[in-house]
Design a protein around this ligand. Structure first.
Ligand code: PBG
Length: 326
């Protein structure tokens, strides 16, 4: 029988000893690969601000997802770019929306790969905010909840294994949980972007997802970076509303938050190693200022050491190759 054999690099005895007593063991089991999907066929277009990441059409996306799974990565998280944006973000919940199409294709090719979906409106609204707006241009929290729940439900109907609301509206976990339960999806877990900071590190993603707000910013609904206790409170609220996994985002500038969320709540914690964290390492490595592989492994290990069970990272494939010693 042919099965993979673990072949360590040649190591000295001291290195082998270090290997035995290491306190943190980063594993491919923890990794989630984010993927961007656009309408079309045969498209694989590199995102300039995120080297090695692409806009895929559903067919090429399915191949990429298969490759990730063959490297041992258990899950992907999908972000969609709609054909048309409008003020209500209607493609977010359309049965034939881009994410819904992508889920169906990936699941039919790789039924065992976990497909997580990002639930948010910012990629779908013409104004680029994460929610609907009132006449006066404010984000309308309560009206948004219904649309988010509709999107989450449409993802489940297309075959998603888990939904991840990233909008930061108040009460969304409760609304999504009850709509999923009522429609026969009580088994689908919710990974909540619970402590999501208003961060500068989302810059490259906003280029990739074309989701920069057309006016104002997200400080009305995302968290203020100096606040830590508030983050734990946000996580606790989301757990009470029915979240199964809580997420801290970004990861590296917020390792203390990951640690506090893990130690004070004891729930599964995910950390999002966001686009800016990724692109900084890439850019420095391109200039020859930093050793990319070592920096990547050190960063991911620190996120795990801080207490993250799950790490969402654009490095997932490279890290998996490294961890598999390929
Ligand atoms: C919102 C969303 C964002 C990211 C994931 N989901 C952007 C934002 O809040 O502006 C950022 C991820 C990254 O930077 O890698 N749908």
């Amino acid at each position: 029988m042919n099965f993979p054999v673990y072949r360590p690099r040649r190591m000295r005895a001291t290195e082998n000893l270090r290997r035995m007593v290491r306190e943190t063991r980063l594993s491919v089991d923890q990794l989630v690969l984010p993927l961007f999907v656009i309408h079309g066929k045969g498209i694989k277009k590199e995102i300039p601000s995120m080297p090695g990441n692409y806009h895929f059409s559903p067919d090429t996306l399915t191949e990429e997802a298969q490759e990730a799974y063959s490297l041992g990565i258990p899950a992907v998280i999908l972000f969609g770019l709609p054909a048309q944006k409008d003020k209500n973000g209607s493609e977010a919940y359309s049965e034939d929306g881009i994410v819904q199409q992508a889920i169906r294709q990936i699941k039919s090719a790789s039924p065992d790969l976990i497909v997580i979906t990002d639930v948010c409106l910012c990629e779908y609204t013409s104004h680029g905010h994460c929610g609907l707006l009132t006449e006066s241009g404010r984000v309308d929290n309560d009206a948004t909840l219904e649309v988010l729940a509709r999107s989450a439900l449409s993802h489940c109907q297309a075959g998603a294994d888990m939904v991840a609301p990233s909008d930061m509206m108040d009460g969304r976990i409760h609304t999504i949980r009850s709509v999923l339960d009522k429609n026969g999806y009580s088994h689908i877990p919710i990974m909540s972007y619970a402590a999501k900071y208003a961060s500068s590190f989302y810059g490259p993603f906003r280029d990739a997802a074309d989701s920069t707000p057309q006016f104002g910013d997200r400080r009305g609904y995302q968290m203020d970076p100096p606040n830590a206790r508030e983050a734990v409170r946000e996580c606790r609220m989301d757990i009470q509303e029915g979240a199964d996994i809580i997420m801290v985002k970004p990861a590296l500038p917020y390792l203390d938050i990951i640690w506090q969320a893990k130690t004070s709540l004891g729930y599964p914690v995910a950390a999002y190693n966001v686009s800016g964290e990724f692109s900084m390492i890439k850019a420095a490595a391109e200039k020859g200022w930093i050793d990319e592989k070592r920096a990547m492994m050190e960063a991911l290990t620190s996120i795990s050491r801080a207490g993250a069970d799950i790490i969402i990272t654009y490095f997932a494939k490279d890290a998996a190759r490294h961890l598999n010693r390929l």
